[in-house]
Design a protein around this ligand. Structure first.
Ligand code: ADP
Ligand code: ZN
Ligand code: ZN
Length: 814
């Protein structure tokens, strides 16, 4: 007996008790269904996508009433594995979302958007009574030689046919079939050319030199057999006609080959090289992980600075996994997915690698996804969503820089990649290896509590290689209050000016860090205190100067307006610009050091694809002396010639009302100052400008001791009942109307508070709020939140009505 019923996970935020919905399987689909198969099902009044979760021969619950039937199988090969379906159970439970939301978060967006519908006619026994338009459509579908798609229909009919079409489908006059089409991302083919020596005779050869272009192609292919036509064309600048003649004469043979677009250049993917022998610390970690490779007892955490050889450990583990026939997922922050860092992986593993991240085009993603599915890729390196890569036999998951904010998804399901990866690795019985120099305090704590097996690497590779190697840095704290007293109103303190001049003199490079874009971040009226704010977000507008004309821009939603010269409230002209950003810094630098070559890296200068790596390359090749930037410049780079790091305003970001802001900013500054003094030549200098010289953090920063920082910050977290000591859940309500927000929040608060009073000690220990969020209005909606702290909060979430955003373990509470 075949399976007659299916539990289907429907792509909806609606929840059912079991998470899935029961459907009947029509007889003609018996042979096509399977676990993980993408189907369409009637749901309410719509047709929705669904994924088959379970099959059964009997009706699972006889009291269900009328059972609808699966509408169609979109494609037969499963889009998700059985393990991934189990993982979605976990995500739905833990992150408090519907099973549909959890499951469809694993299906790449381009799949659903590239599904094409094909309409076919049923053979009708006798002519039905049609309206004129129905008849027109039916006849059209019936008489077409080619496949009838939405595109084709749209081309032929100038009236609105959608509802008529649906009507015909409902009446079983037409049927719909689905298929994954790649038209927007067509597989690309390249033509590989080779000389057909058996067809080359003396006679033909003698004729060739008289046709110089063809002769060029011939010689090129002799030297570079199996070149692609696009390479030949680019190298020789020859036309297709010249090639066609050679093909016609049978001298050149052409083979079409599927071409996989990759986001890196061919030249980056050099020949495969061997791996160096490991240092004892590295070897010990690798041995430890390999010893329990098939049954890892717990996740592994590698705590080590940039340059301590973590990546080399990852590479070795990947090698081992591959030798055991296992596939590997490596997650890195988006920003690290630049060709420079990928090169090392390519050198080791060549085309067994696939890169996958959000900046890729749909076509590129489609290609890489297909390669993963057909098994030609064994290792996927990517950002967050690559955790769900469709590899067949995953045996190792690596997450580098685990503290990066991009690992937390900021739409439902609001999962943290490390949390989900822990469960995934457990289900797969595969090692999970996470690494960082500046872990989240939650991670640091889990390592201390032995929930992770942790390894600490104390030295960097240069220190291991050369025992006499000492990293030398000088660390100076400059009091900005003194600068004001001395009437220095520029962004550069006198000390920093002197150091920049000295570094330029010595032909060394300089990095200046200011974590704010634009020219001025605060535009206000000195007479009445009016502040220019975004009408959609109420965030203060930032002044930017594009092509010499100033504009005010909202950093959140992109709203912009012209410059303000007169106060709209009191009509005063005493408009003041305050709070400088990177643009202003660049201007100051150009004024003080007109001959210095300056580069700026922030979100404004890196909008174009590859801009990021271009700026990086320019700076690395010393085509510029000074690099100005936001947090983008702090990450994982090694530029030996940098001798001076200037932190323009160290305080700014520490004062945000967010429990993680200290951790995040300390990590950022630590990474930044790690950029200097890394070579034996000379001493690295760090100038930190602050209004708060008494802040004890500067001293810890000077010692570059993250452990010390972590312990001191953990005390703060403990005092305030924040993670890792208590879990927090943030409930956010957004609405265009302020009072609705307020009322809704108060009403939920009352309900929560009622439960709060009769519960056990640790389940829920504190309810913060309700209050407006720090970012009080975004995209024209006011935002209110309630924050719950405790050890078993999930039981209270049932009280939260639809419409609220539930953020479990929020990364930020702004
Ligand atoms: P991390 O990932 O911790 O920043 P890397 O693995 O990138 O550290 O190592 C830092 C540098 O040291 C790299 O240039 C790397 O090639 C080199 N390196 C790492 N391990 C070894 C080793 N065992 N032998 C020689 N060089 C090594
Ligand atoms: Zn005013
Ligand atoms: Zn805005």
């Amino acid at each position: 007996m075949s399976y007659q019923y299916a539990q289907v996970i429907v792509n909806t935020k609606a929840r059912s008790d079991s998470g899935s919905f029961t459907y009947q399987i029509p007889v003609d689909l018996y042979s096509k269904v399977g676990i993980g198969v993408l189907v369409t099902v009637p749901f309410g009044r719509r047709i929705e996508y669904g994924i088959i979760y379970q099959l059964s021969k009997k009706l699972p619950n006889p009291s269900l009433g009328i059972i609808k039937s699966i509408d169609s199988v979109v494609f037969q090969s499963p889009v998700l594995s059985a393990t991934q379906l189990k993982l979605s159970d976990y995500i739905a439970d833990y992150y408090f979302c519907s099973l549909g939301q959890a499951t469809f978060a694993m299906v790449p967006g381009f799949i659903l958007s590239s599904i094409e519908k094909i309409y076919l006619p049923y053979n009708l026994p006798s002519p039905l009574r049609f309206t004129a338009k129905q008849k027109q459509i039916y006849q059209f579908v019936k008489n077409q030689q080619q496949e009838v798609t939405d595109d084709l229909l749209a081309k032929h009919f100038d009236f609105r046919y959608a509802s008529i079409l649906n009507n015909l489908i409902k009446k079983k006059v037409l049927s719909v079939h689905y298929r994954l089409s790649a038209p927007k991302s067509k597989p690309k083919y390249q033509e590989i050319l080779s000389i057909n020596y058996s067809a080359v005779t003396d006679e033909t050869l003698q004729k060739l030199p008289s046709k110089p272009r063809q002769w060029d192609i011939f010689l090129f292919l002799e030297e570079n057999p199996n070149s692609s036509w696009s390479d030949v064309r680019k190298s020789l600048k020859v036309s297709r006609a010249s090639l066609n003649t050679l093909i016609k004469q049978n001298i050149v043979a052409v083979i079409k080959q599927r071409y996989f677009r990759t986001p890196t250049e061919e030249s980056d993917r050099l020949s495969i090289s061997g791996s160096p022998s490991l240092f004892p610390t590295q070897q010990e970690i690798v041995d430890n992980i390999i010893a329990n490779f098939d049954h890892p007892p717990k996740p592994y955490f590698i705590f080590g600075r940039t340059g301590s050889g973590k990546t080399e450990i990852y590479l070795r583990l990947v090698e081992y996994a591959l030798s055991k026939g296992k596939d590997v997922i490596i997650l890195v922050p988006e920003i690290a997915l630049v060709p420079q860092t990928m090169q090392r992986f390519y050198e080791r593993f060549g085309d067994l690698i696939s890169i996958y991240h959000s900046q890729m085009s749909v076509g590129e993603k489609y290609d890489q996804w297909s390669r993963m599915r057909d098994g030609s890729v064994k290792v996927v390196i990517g950002s967050r969503s690559a955790l769900f890569a469709p590899l067949k036999n995953i045996g190792l998951i690596i997450i580098d820089e685990e503290h990066e904010s991009s690992y937390k998804q900021d739409s439902t399901p609001r999962y943290h990649t490390v949390t989900v990866a822990e469960e995934y690795a457990r289900l797969l019985s595969a090692p999970l290896v996470i690494g960082s120099a500046t872990p989240r305090l939650e991670t640091f704590w889990r390592a201390k509590k032995n929930i992770y097996q942790s390894f600490t690497i104390k030295q960097t590779i240069p220190e291991m290689i050369c025992p006499y190697y000492v990293r030398q840095t000088e660390f100076h704290v400059v009091d900005l209050r003194d600068e004001y007293i001395a009437k220095n109103y520029s962004l550069l303190s006198y000390r920093l000016q002197v150091e920049i001049a000295a570094a330029l003199q010595a032909r060394r490079q300089i990095i200046l860090f200011l974590n704010r874009r634009g020219h001025a971040s605060y535009v206000f009226c000195r007479e009445c205190g009016y502040v220019a704010r975004c009408p959609n977000c109420q965030i203060s507008l930032t002044q930017h100067i594009y092509a010499h004309s100033p504009r005010l821009i909202c950093h959140h939603c992109g709203f912009f307006s012209g410059n303000l010269t007169q106060c709209p409230d009191c009509l005063s002209r005493a408009i003041k610009y305050y709070g400088a950003g990177t643009e202003k810094l660049e201007e100051d630098i150009r004024q003080f050091f007109p001959t210095a070559r300056v580069l700026r890296m922030d979100r404004d200068t890196t909008r174009q694809k590859n801009a990021h790596s271009q700026i990086f390359n320019q700076f690395k090749n010393h085509a510029a002396d000074i690099l100005i930037g936001t947090q983008m410049i702090a990450k994982g780079w090694d530029i030996p010639n940098v001798d001076l790091v200037g932190i323009i305003n160290a305080d700014a970001a520490f004062h945000l009302p967010d429990f993680r802001s200290t951790e995040r900013n300390f990590a950022l500054l630590l990474q930044l100052i790690g950029r200097v003094g890394r070579r034996s030549q000379g001493t690295g200098k760090i100038i930190l400008q602050t209004f708060e010289t008494e802040n004890p953090l500067w001293n810890i920063l000077r010692q570059e001791d993250y452990q010390l920082f972590a312990f001191s910050e953990l005390l703060e977290r403990q005092k305030n009942n924040f993670p890792p000591f208590f879990q927090i859940v943030r409930l956010v309500f957004e609405h265009p109307d302020y009072t609705t927000c307020q009322k809704e929040s108060l009403s939920l608060f009352r309900q929560l508070n009622e439960q709060f009073s009769n519960q056990s000690a640790d389940d829920l220990i504190e309810i913060m709020g309700p209050s407006p969020c720090f970012l009080e209005k975004l995209h024209n909606k006011f935002r209110w939140h309630i924050i719950l702290k405790g050890k078993k909060i999930h039981q209270y979430l049932k009280l939260v009505p639809a419409g609220w955003i539930v953020d479990i373990d929020p990364y930020s509470i702004l």
